[in-house]
Structure formats: C-alpha cells, structure tokens
Design a protein around this ligand. Sequence first.
Ligand code: NAP
Ligand code: G4F
Length: 340
Amino acid sequence: MPNKAFITGVTGQDGAYLSQLLLNKGYEVYGLVRRLSTPNYWRLEELGIRDKVCILEGDMTDSHSVNSIVKSIRPLEVYNLAAQSFVATSWQQPVLTTEVNALGTLNVLNAVKLYSPEARFYQASTSEMYGNSNINNTQDEHTPLHPRSPYAISKLAAHWFTINYRESFGMFACSGILFNHESPLRGIEFVTRKITDGVARIKCGLSDHIALGNLDAKRDWGFAGDYVEAMWLMLQQEQPDDFVISTGINHSIRDFLDAAFSAVGISNWEPYIRQDPRFMRPAELHELCGKNSKAQEKLGWRPKVAFDELVRMMVEADLKRIEKESTAKTRYEPSLVAGH
Ligand code: NAP
Ligand code: G4F
C-alpha cells in the first residue's frame, strides 16, 4: 500500500515542491485547497503534477472540513504548510492571519489527534519567530524567540501548539524552523521574486524601475526544493524533534540586486531602483542567519543550491515567462498590489 500524505497549502510554493518530492517517492498525495473564485493551480501545473495530486476542498479555519478530510483519508504523514504567509499583510489583516496560521494549525492538530493519531505531523515554523534576537549574529534551536509581526506571533502560537501536542498526547509532531527559501515558484509579492520579475521586465524593455523598501535587511536565502527534503526527513526519524533549516549564509537585499542584475549583464542597478516608503515595515527584522548544524548531524541534510545559482535560476525562469507572455499577450499572474 502506498503511503498517504496530506498537505495543507498544497497550491503554495512549498506545497508544490513537496508534492513533487512525495509523488517521486511513491506516495499518494492529498492536498487541502480552499475555494477561490479563480483556482490557483499554476505551481502544480508548472511542475506537471496537477492531475497527480488528489485535491480536497476545505479551509484551515473550518474545523468541520479539516476533520472530514483527515477522517476520510487517514493519512500517515501530514504536512501543515497552509498559511497567510506574507509578513507585510499580517499588519493589515492580523485577525485573519491569526485565524489561519494559529487556530488553523490547531484545527489540523485536533483532526489528526482524533482521526489519524498514528500520523506523523510536520509544522511549517519560521525564522520570523526570532525577531531580532540572535547569538553571535546567528539563530539556532536555542535562540530566544521574540516575534515582531502579527505573522510571527501567529506562527509562534502554532509552533508551541505543535510542541504541546507532542508533549501532551505523545503525537509524532515536528516543527521545522525554516529560514527564507525561494524558487521560480515563489509568490511575486516576496522581495526575491519581485526583484527577479522586475529585472526580467527591465531587460525586456517592459519596465524601467523596481520600487522597493528597506535594502539593508539581511536574509538567509536557500532553495525551496532543498528545504522540502528536510521536511520529509524530519518525519522519517525515530523520534519527533524540531530543527532549524537554513544555509548558514546571509545576504542583504542589495546583494540580491547585485546578483539579479548581473544575471542579465547590468552592473549598476541604482538607476533602476526607487525606494518607496509603502514597502517599509512597521517593525523590521534586520538580520537572519540560521545555524543548521543539528539538521546536518541528525537528518544528514544540507542545502545543495548556492545563492548565486538560486538568483540566476529565478531570473532565467522570469525571462522565460515574459517570452511566453509576449507570445500569448497575457500576463498570467496578478500585478503587484500596493503595500506588497
Ligand atoms: P505560500 O506560497 O504563501 O503558500 C501558502 C499556502 O497556504 C497556499 O497554498 C494557500 O492557498 C494556502 N492557504 C492560505 N490560507 C488558507 C486557508 N484559509 N485555508 C487553506 N489554505 C490556505 O507559502 P510557502 O512559501 O509555500 O510557505 C509554506 C509554509 O511555510 C507557510 O506556512 C509559511 O508561513 C511557512 N514558511 C515559509 C518560508 C519561506 O521562506 N517560504 C519560511 C518559513 C516558513 P491559496 O493558493 O489558495 O492562496
Ligand atoms: O521577501 P519578504 O517579504 O520575506 P520575509 O518578510 O523575510 O518573510 C518570508 O520569510 C519568512 C522566513 O523568515 C517566512 F516565514 C515568511 O512566510 C516569508 O516567506 O521580505 C524580506 C525582506 C524584508 O526585510 C523586507 O523589509 O525584504 C525587505 N523588502 C524590501 N523591499 C521587501 C521589499 N520585501 C517585500 N516583500 N517587498 C519589498 O518591496
């Protein structure tokens, strides 16, 4: 019998790569998808797996739908990836962010506890939980947590619910504290993809600038395809545990601009960047850099794709999309919304 995996957030960046990984390993993959007026399957389609994932309609905030789904499939592995994942939006929609990320996680944990108690559970925790807290400019599993956005607070609650269900009910529940991970499937509102899409448009003569906020923040950026392997590895261990997943190297937004513009042969990017206060945050995280030694030691995991390779991969994918768009004469992703 193939192993059954249930993924919330299956239409997101990580959900798509994780589905691909699990399908390649012979799993049956079931994904929770919320009802939208326009279905959002572009990532699963780009990976060519749209028809291989079994889509089940429900919503993280609707315990009835989550319970029915878990009861009907009785998965052996549950990956809880669904979230309102954009930090900037969490100041505008703190209640929704908390309902989806914190209470939604509780809905999934309760459904697993009631209807599939043998299942192994993965929680998508985040380096945002650290805020500006660090030890020698890095963060690991022991660094104090000090969230600085409604998003980070909601994720901290979900992180502790996961640990609490492990300690209270003996559930095999793991939390992956993942640092920023990117890919050609990244949402266009995140700074990396906003830059690579903007650079590709500038290169093709479709735009003359990119409007950005703080250029000095530093993030530890890895490749999403590498990070979903770590999620799977966590659920294959003998004991449930929590792990930092990161590259251990950070870069500023300026460094990202250097790499993205140089991928299209532009060495001086300053004339193409406009700093726009709409993209500044009420509370910023200045520097994230994860220490991944526990994951290396216990999971045997290490990142494979380096920073320059990642940036180049994203720019090349956006150049290809623009070529396709100009042939089809339509843009197939929503344009940027103010504040994103
Ligand atoms: P993403 O691309 O924004 O995907 C989020 C997913 O959640 C989408 O499938 C979305 O569905 C779904 N979703 C949102 N609200 C929902 C609701 N009410 N009910 C059901 N589904 C809902 O995020 P990602 O980058 O793949 O990240 C995956 C997870 O890892 C998230 O929990 C994120 O917070 C966390 N994380 C990400 C990073 C990173 O750098 N990427 C780092 C640390 C942690 P729609 O397609 O309908 O919008
Ligand atoms: O790309 P970002 O929006 O990602 P952020 O806030 O680090 O969050 C991402 O990573 C977290 C893991 O640490 C995840 F939990 C979360 O779900 C998400 O995937 O912003 C990165 C940095 C910030 O410092 C921001 O202020 O880029 C800076 N930035 C500068 N100009 C901008 C912009 N960010 C965005 N989105 N848009 C800008 O114009």
